[in-house]
Design a protein around this ligand. Structure first.
Ligand code: ADP
Ligand code: ADP
Length: 226
């Protein structure tokens, strides 16, 4: 069954139509790149998926749970990496994670164990005691991903997670998130306008002026001119 199923989703800002009957699904273990130029509707889609906005038309289901009628269950299956920083820079890496664990109802012990596991997964185990402020941009972003994994989501949404990072940090994060999909079976929706972050076997979902233009394996999409 799909981890994320979006059906006939539309959204307008006043008269401006930002999304037009968007439908797609992301399966467990699938890395789905959401591609589209500025203004395509990526941020609007993210806002709807994370329930910042509520759609009047269409349906969003996460692990079979309807986001509209059963938001708690749906959101519990979802980890989100926003563009805005959610970290407390004055706390250590481990304390940042413990804090988010507590928000999700984990006990101190569970949160500590889980924090250790997610840091290991993101190659940051040796940074646990460092203050978040002392991390470089790439490691801060990795900590944001670790945070989003604390409650064991089955679906991970990332909104342009490599913006502002250097090539090496971008490559590391792209590789880590691909591994989360491949090895842990997490469904990933990765919004980007950078085609080089997409691997040939990934799914590409191309959004243009609020509509899905193409979807399929990234290496099988029709090449574009320009
Ligand atoms: P993207 O994230 O892909 O750049 P957005 O979702 O931000 O795209 O925007 C989709 C479309 O909706 C664009 O045409 C944008 O100008 C428009 N839009 C976004 N937010 C608003 C808003 N608050 N009011 C009116 N139009 C908006
Ligand atoms: P992004 O697309 O990366 O979110 P933008 O610069 O397009 O960034 O938009 C910044 C903010 O302005 C967002 O909150 C967006 O919803 C809003 N916005 C974008 N386009 C419009 C628009 N045409 N009218 C009003 N607000 C808009």
């Amino acid at each position: 069954d799909p981890a994320l199923e979006v059906t006939d989703l539309s959204f307008r800002y006043g008269k401006k139509e930002a999304l037009r009957s968007v439908s797609f699904r992301v399966m467990p273990g699938e890395f789905c790149a959401l591609l589209g130029p500025n203004g395509a509707g990526k941020s609007t889609l993210f806002a709807l998926l994370t329930r910042l906005f509520v759609a009047r038309q269409g349906r969003i289901a996460v692990m079979g749970q309807d986001l509209q009628t059963n938001p708690r269950a749906a959101l519990a299956c979802m980890g989100v990496v926003f563009q805005q920083m959610t970290l407390d820079l004055d706390l250590s890496v481990a304390r940042n994670l413990a804090y988010f664990g507590a928000l999700h109802g984990l006990s101190r012990r569970e949160a500590a164990l889980r924090a250790g596991a997610v840091l290991e997964r993101l190659d940051m185990a040796e940074r646990a005691r460092e203050k978040a402020r002392n991390l470089n941009g790439g490691h801060r972003r990795r900590l944001e991903i670790a945070r989003a994994l604390m409650h064991r989501p089955r679906l991970l949404l990332l909104d342009e997670p490599t913006v502002g990072l250097d090539t090496r940090s971008r490559a590391a994060i792209t590789a880590h998130v691909h591994a989360l999909a491949r090895d842990d079976g997490i469904a990933v929706l990765w919004a980007t306008h950078l085609v080089d972050e997409v691997a040939p076997e990934d799914t590409a979902l191309i959004l243009h002026q609020g509509e899905i233009l193409q979807t399929g394996r990234a290496d099988q999409l029709a090449p574009k001119g320009g």
